[in-house]
Design a protein around this ligand. Structure first.
Ligand SMILES: CC(C)(COP(=O)(O)OP(=O)(O)OC[C@H]1O[C@@H](n2cnc3c(N)ncnc32)[C@H](O)[C@@H]1OP(=O)(O)O)[C@@H](O)C(=O)NCCC(=O)NCCS
Length: 191
């Protein structure tokens, strides 16, 4: 069972998704530019957004994943999502994340991935965290470089997305790579 926590970073509050976030998910993740770097359903109507949140909550309950809504503490606005699929047997997590377009290029992606990695290594005691990103999505690769992940290789024509075969760049980090380069984030239990 993965405990329900919120994670505070310098500028963000990461908290579990609520069904009432479906409108924000529809509005932000419904954009094709956001969907293009991910496997988010597209188009993403309100029902699909609800289903997407429901799937995240189900995975959390089953212990196979954890996903946080990325929110701005001052307004409580949802601006994106950061999640990890977890394979307990291998103590590994696979990152996925997106932000609404209006919030790109302000460092929020890097801040969220950093927090999720701290949470994965420190709280969930994972051994390995990795992230594949589409070769066509250099901003995501830059985020993974900035958080200190290692580029582990390219998977040629690995995925088919919107009718295009896409090379995938694989980034990863194992526990031994984690140097004490930053303070652990504050995670606190929620009742
Ligand atoms: C990927 C994503 C989460 C990045 O979030 P973000 O908050 O913009 O990321 P940051 O601001 O922390 O960092 C972005 C970096 O990419 C760089 N960047 C942005 N566009 C770029 C481009 N076209 N080519 C190269 N670098 C680019 C920025 O300059 C910045 O690097 P810098 O700090 O060295 O200048 C966001 O673009 C997004 O949600 N995209 C759609 C969904 C998606 O692709 N998710 C990832 C799935 S693997």
């Amino acid at each position: 069972m993965i405990p329900i926590v919120t994670v505070c970073t310098e500028r963000l509050l990461l908290r579990p998704f609520l069904m009432t976030d479906a409108e924000a998910v529809h509005r932000l993740a419904g954009s094709k530019d956001v969907a293009a770097g991910t496997f988010l359903p597209h188009p993403l109507d309100r029902q699909a957004a609800q289903d997407w949140i429901g799937e995240r909550l189900k995975n959390h309950a089953a212990g196979t994943g954890v996903t946080f809504a990325i929110t701005l503490p001052e307004s409580a606005a949802v601006i994106g999502s950061i999640g990890m699929d977890i394979v307990v047997e291998h103590e590994q997590g696979r990152l996925s994340y997106w932000l609404g377009i209006a919030y790109w290029n302000r460092g929020y992606g890097t801040e969220s991935v950093t927090a999720m990695m701290d949470y994965g290594f420190n709280n969930l005691k994972l051994h390995r965290i990795y992230a594949p990103h589409f070769h066509t999505n250099p901003a995501s690769g830059r985020v993974l470089q900035k958080v200190g992940m290692t580029h582990e290789g390219r998977l040629r024509e690995h995925y088919l997305r919107f009718g295009q075969r896409i090379d995938v760049e694989l980034y990863g980090m194992v526990r031994d790579d984690v140097v004490q380069r930053r303070q652990p984030v504050t995670g606190r239990n929620v009742s």
